[in-house]
Design a protein around this ligand. Structure first.
Ligand code: CU
Ligand code: ZN
Length: 196
């Protein structure tokens, strides 16, 4: 009887020591990872991508493809176009992802959720969240533009940042960054809705 008790005590002691040692040897104990850490990790690893096909408008042949990627708290845009007239063209985000009108006017005005004035992106005097700027088409009518900002998101639900449901418009002319509220960029020659 005495022996059994001793064996039981020893077994228990061994088990207890083993558990204790396991915990000490493991550098990452579960309790050390807080919910806040998990949230941050999820935000950093989440990558949202949307592809936009740009269709010709206003009786032009201007087509394009755009890829938007939301990653690590910023959205990057990579856009390629063909069928442009050589030279500079304005590109903006407009209010609605509706390209149904032959002249693209169904997309509404420039996307301006912060009620700012039209301008050059980053200007202290203000700019629309859709005021991407200008890009150049070469002699063959090909052009591309890359853009990145943490002032946009894709599907985050913040009305001042979320580009889902907006449209990309390429214009016939150049954005002068001064004329209100359009930049006097001329007709709308290519249109694509930003939808998932
Ligand atoms: Cu525009
Ligand atoms: Zn604008």
């Amino acid at each position: 009887m005495k022996n059994y008790a001793l064996i039981a005590t020893l077994a228990f002691a061994t088990l207890f020591t083993a558990c204790k040692n396991d915990k000490k040897d493991d550098p990452v104990v579960e309790e050390d990872i807080t919910q806040e850490d998990m949230k941050q990790a999820n935000q950093e690893s989440e990558r949202v991508m949307v592809k936009v096909m740009m269709e010709p408008k206003s009786e032009t042949n201007t087509q394009g493809r755009i890829q938007f990627v939301d990653e690590n708290g910023a959205v990057s845009m990579m856009a390629k176009f063909r069928g442009l007239t050589p030279g500079m063209h304005a590109i903006h985000l407009h209010e609605k992802a509706d390209c149904s009108a032959p002249d693209g006017t169904s997309t509404g005005g420039h996307w301006n959720p912060t009620f700012a004035q039209h301008g050059k992106w980053g200007d202290e005097a203000g700019y629309h969240k859709g005021d991407i700027g200008n890009f150049e088409a070469d002699a063959d009518g090909n052009g591309s533009i890359e853009f990145k900002t943490d002032e946009w998101c894709i599907g985050c639900g913040d009305d001042t940042k979320d580009i889902l449901g907006k449209a990309v418009i390429v214009h016939e002319g150049v954005d002068d960054f001064v004329t209100q509220p359009t930049g006097d960029a001329g007709g709308r020659i290519s249109c694509g809705g930003i939808i998932k």
